[in-house]
Design a protein around this ligand. Sequence first.
Ligand code: 13P
Ligand code: SF4
Length: 359
Amino acid sequence: LASKAELDQRILAAKDTLGERVVVLGHFYQRDEVVKYADFVGDSFQLANAAKTRPDAEAIVFCGVHFMAETADILAQPEQRVILPNLAAGCSMADMADIDSVEEAWEQLMELYADETADDGRAPIIPVTYMNSSAALKGFCGRHGGIVCTSSNAATVLQWAFERGRRVLFFPDQHLGRNTAKAMGVPLERMPMWNPRKPLGGNTDDELLDAQVILWHGFCSVHKRFSVAQIERARAEHPDVRVIVHPECPMPVVDAADEYGSTDYIVKAIGAAPAGSTFAIGTEINLVQRLANQYPQHRIFCLDDVICPCSTMYRIHPGYLAWVLEELVAGRVVNEITVGDDVAVPARVALERMLAARP
Ligand code: 13P
Ligand code: SF4
């Protein structure tokens, strides 16, 4: 096994040789030993944009998870190669919605809404997929008048969808969908959940006819760990604490927090705070620890004191980064992520709608 120092040297040497031919993107949840080599670090929205900003680079090395690399491939230039340093870096939430189950749900819903008479010019339902989903689902949205959202623009995107449809089918993350729609004034009783194992997702005709947002049953295994009890404890121990959580957290947690927002929101909120602030953060531990190191003038801690990393993000080890970069130096592309045109073309439509709906 290579030592840290050896890996550092190998990565720097490969990056130096490749120069502008390669761009390394890193999600905020990546470990520090990977983030330090990223040419651009950001949240999933920023990284989708970043994939388009270096059309001259031959290769984009994506230090993140599979759906992010797929998105980069869809948005990048056709000749650009997208590389995921470890192909096992997936996302358990993205795996909770598969294209067959979503298509089956869609058929049932379209059949139910076929008899509906309404002359408001809106579609009966619009599909909205969270960025944390397979390219096939983004393609599905592109084919059915739908759109993609990230945690930083979910409200803007839902507004876009409400203007075009009487309802939204939101997948895979029930929590992001519920938290965002609730903040926009959608009553909880008009947000039924779709369980793909049951006919009509386990709902009655009336519930689905009256629905405004139908939520898929997915969740993030990292963010579902946060609890109201943790927030109460943080407040008891630090009366001046500012609690910020990610919208992938369950609704009671978001309600009990002072604020919620995407990873970029959290980064900016901490960056703008006066010295001596105390923050309890409900998101992935690598980001929280990095912020705590970066801002010693604040007290910053994670709500969950039993370490909560995203285990799949963590699969991008610097050893894999060194390997893929060295292969590029040798003229070989390994661990390439490619999305075929049958999926990429409609997925690009849904992604471009999202980029255009930016506030
Ligand atoms: P953002 O980068 O949009 O904040 O999302 C966090 C996340 O879970 C990525 O998988
Ligand atoms: Fe997926 Fe959750 Fe990890 Fe994000 S933090 S990549 S949603 S498992």
